[in-house]
Ligand binder design. Structure first.
Ligand SMILES: Nc1ncnc2c1ncn2[C@@H]1O[C@H](COP(=O)(O)OP(=O)(O)OP(=O)(O)O)[C@@H](O)[C@H]1O
Ligand SMILES: Cc1ncsc1CCO
Ligand SMILES: [Mg+2]
Length: 253
């Protein structure tokens, strides 16, 4: 895990325009794996913060019309400064959100787009059954992810029972087995932030997204063994295991 080791040496700063539901989990996942999280909602602040950040996450889970200029400004400045940008397009299948993301992707070039099968299908101009933030059909097919990557120019991470990572040419998969990711709200937001932390420590976006997804999946598997068949302790256990994985890298240094 070369990139995880580099994160322990560099403690990259990851700037988040987060949703207002899962911010604490997102901040913690970045911190536990060795990064330094920072959240902002101020357009006045964003240029200064980006100049000291190593990557940016735009999570549109609770975005509104007033906040859209902040998201566009942050994404454009990150592009100008050559900092990687991850998009988490929460429930982009719903009409208002679709209009927001359409405007955002016109102005900002994304390094990685991470979403569930229904969200990624939207970028491929296709459709997968969904309800609100959730994909109902669990698509393990890479077709939409490949098309989405070719249309957007971003590396796509399509999360689900099997995670699919593609740059439109190569397709990598992560097939780990965790009991409680699906029911815990925010696991996807945490994965997006984990990916952004990895991108802050490598210039290889496909490999960075892949290694981040493996790490997160493995933490889920180990956490599943630590919980007593109930979901409430699952995310804290995932965070504990991620911390342990990161500390193993520190000890190896
Ligand atoms: N059916 C499943 N079985 C096992 N793991 C899953 C399953 N679906 C998703 N996951 C895992 O859950 C994590 C989050 O992915 P998911 O697709 O649920 O994101 P999401 O829908 O954006 O979640 P949220 O909106 O709650 O943040 C990933 O690590 C993924 O591998
Ligand atoms: C439940 C929910 N609603 C908007 S964002 C969010 C967290 C999952 O992304
Ligand atoms: Mg989500």
């Amino acid at each position: 895990m070369v990139i995880l080791k580099k994160i322990q040496e560099e403690h990259p700063l990851v700037l988040n325009l987060a949703n207002s539901v899962t911010q604490q989990y997102v901040a913690n996942v970045i911190s536990y794996i060795g990064g330094s999280p920072l959240m902002t909602t101020a357009i006045e602040d964003v240029e200064e913060l980006l100049s000291i950040s190593n990557s940016l996450v735009l999570n549109t889970g609770t975005i509104n019309e007033k906040e859209l200029p902040l998201f566009i400004e942050a994404g454009r400045k990150a592009n100008e400064l050559g900092k990687p940008v991850v998009l988490d397009p929460v429930a982009v299948m719903l009409p208002y959100r679709a209009s927001v993301i359409s405007r955002l992707i016109k102005e900002v070039k994304f390094t990685v787009i991470r979403g569930n099968a229904a969200e990624i299908a939207w970028f491929a101009q296709s459709k997968i059954a969904s309800k609100g933030i959730d994909a109902i059909e669990d698509n393990t097919n890479s077709k939409n992810a490949i098309i989405a990557s070719q249309i957007t120019g971003a590396v796509i991470v399509q999360s689900g029972q099997v995670d699919i990572i593609t740059d439109g040419k190569s397709v990598l998969t992560v097939d780990t087995h965790s009991s409680f990711f699906k029911v815990n709200v925010g696991a996807g937001d945490m994965l997006s932030a984990t990916i952004a932390t990895f991108l802050a420590a490598t210039t290889n976006s496909l490999q960075g997204a892949y290694e981040a997804t493996i790490l997160f999946g493995k933490a889920g598997e180990r956490a599943s063994q630590l919980v007593n068949n109930l979901p409430g302790d699952f995310i804290p256990k995932v965070l504990d295991v991620l911390y342990q994985f990161a500390q193993e890298q520190v000890r190896e240094n």
